[in-house]
Design a binder for this molecule. Structure first.
Ligand SMILES: [Zn+2]
Length: 407
């Protein structure tokens, strides 16, 4: 049995227990009171980043290029992705570096969409975090046909079936990179084989304009036509959703992944998250591609972003990153409760907490991280990957990146 103790244990965003230890094996077994716990310690549940592209970590700072989404994808994303497809081992190095930063910001579960996901799976297992993996299915761009991409995703599902800590979804990338019938086909296949969907919808206004122009369909009609309510679905971004589409997205199968940093830097617009929450739409958080792969930075970015736009507080964002994120992935409640999976983080603070939830986000440092009871971070460092290995992987990525960006 293992034990972590905190002056404050954040049971949920809205409930904090003082002077307690969490006792666990794979699951949380009990929470007991204890005396003389250091003032600067806090225990929380791990965060879930429910929309992430680990393989794009090396090009994360290109988000600061003052480009809009489509320009950025053409200039930086596709050249890097073509290289990743030629040299899959680069996905492993990129993913390890990205996961390291995520985990050291308290993330214990990652929904990733990209290519070479069998290799990304190895990286997740190496570090010891949970993953929900999908291939970015498109019939143009990186793949030459829908079938090629879909087969890749189905092969991944076969390969990872039954692997601990991992699940597979199908990843129809976005309405503009598949035809309407192709998108529907992917959702039908997901329904048939019993897996979820991970997609991007309405990150930019062009999605709705395209669907109307090409198919005469409003976003709501599109969502209903392809059948997203039938399967467990993560909708990344959802910045430009009209009132009718919100009605159909308020469904227990659907969670929106709000990505504050990437939306800001690509000037996508601001998703009106307050109004989504008011309509009982589930909203989790995703790091997506960001200059830092830190869930703490996403929360800190979201606070000023939503000021004057319905306002979102630290507690609501903490809840989105833990409880809503974990529920979206179907891994328990995301709360520190008996019987829940032991995905637990021990934080240290520089000073005694006034408001533990806010203070963890503002100045918390990760000391220990456990996933399903296994320790994956000790003394603020990854337990299973050495700093020498990290250095080598970083060197490898940097060499390729320079070649790619100057080609
Ligand atoms: Zn994305």
């Amino acid at each position: 049995m293992k034990k972590v103790c905190g002056k404050y244990t954040i049971v949920s965003a809205y409930e904090v227990v003082e002077d307690a230890c969490v006792i666990f094996d794979e699951k949380i077994v009990r929470i007991e009171k204890e005396r003389d716990i250091p003032e600067d310690t806090v225990v929380t549940h791990g965060f879930a980043s429910i929309h992430t592209h680990l393989g794009l970590y090396p090009i994360r700072t290109t988000l600061n290029s003052y480009l809009k989404l489509d320009e950025w994808v053409l200039k930086y994303v596709w050249p890097w992705e073509r290289l990743l497809r030629r040299e899959p081992e680069l996905s492993y190095a990129s993913a390890i570096l990205a996961i390291s930063e995520l985990v050291l910001s308290g993330v214990t579960a990652i929904a990733d969409m990209h290519f070479n996901e069998d290799i990304v799976a190895e990286a997740l297992l190496r570090v010891g975090v949970r993953g929900s993996l999908s291939i970015a299915i498109m019939s143009k761009g990186i793949y030459s046909s829908l079938d090629e991409a879909l087969q890749d995703n189905l092969e991944l599902a076969r390969k990872l079936r039954g692997v601990d800590l991992l699940e597979v979804r199908l990843g129809p990338t976005t309405p503009r990179l598949l035809t309407l019938e192709e998108f529907k086909k992917v959702v039908d296949v997901a329904t048939e084989i019993g897996v979820g969907i991970h997609t991007h919808i309405a990150e930019v206004p062009e999605d709705a304009i395209y669907l109307e122009r090409e198919y005469g369909k409003k976003l709501k009609d599109f969502i209903e036509y392809v059948g997203l309510q039938k399967v467990n679905t993560i909708v990344a971004h959802g910045v430009w959703l009209d009132s009718d589409s919100l009605d159909v997205l308020a469904h227990p199968n659907i969670t929106i992944a709000h990505c504050p940093s990437s939306n800001t830097l690509l000037r996508d617009g601001v998703a009106p998250i307050r109004s989504y929450l008011n309509r009982n739409i589930r909203v989790g958080l995703g790091v997506d591609v960001s200059p830092t792969y830190s869930m703490l930075d996403e929360i800190k970015t979201a606070i000023p972003l939503h000021l004057g736009r319905g306002d979102l507080g630290f507690k609501e964002l903490f809840n989105a990153a833990t409880s809503t994120g974990y529920r979206a992935l179907g891994v328990g409640s995301g709360l520190i409760e008996v019987g829940e999976t032991a995905d637990v983080v021990l934080w240290s603070l520089n000073e005694p907490a006034l408001d533990p939830v806010t203070d963890v986000v503002v100045f918390g440092r990760v000391s220990e991280v456990y996933v399903r009871g296994e320790k994956i971070v000790e003394n603020g460092r990854l337990a299973r990957v050495t700093s020498n290995e990290m250095k080598e992987l970083r060197g490898d990525v940097t060499r390729h990146l320079k070649k790619c960006l100057t080609a």
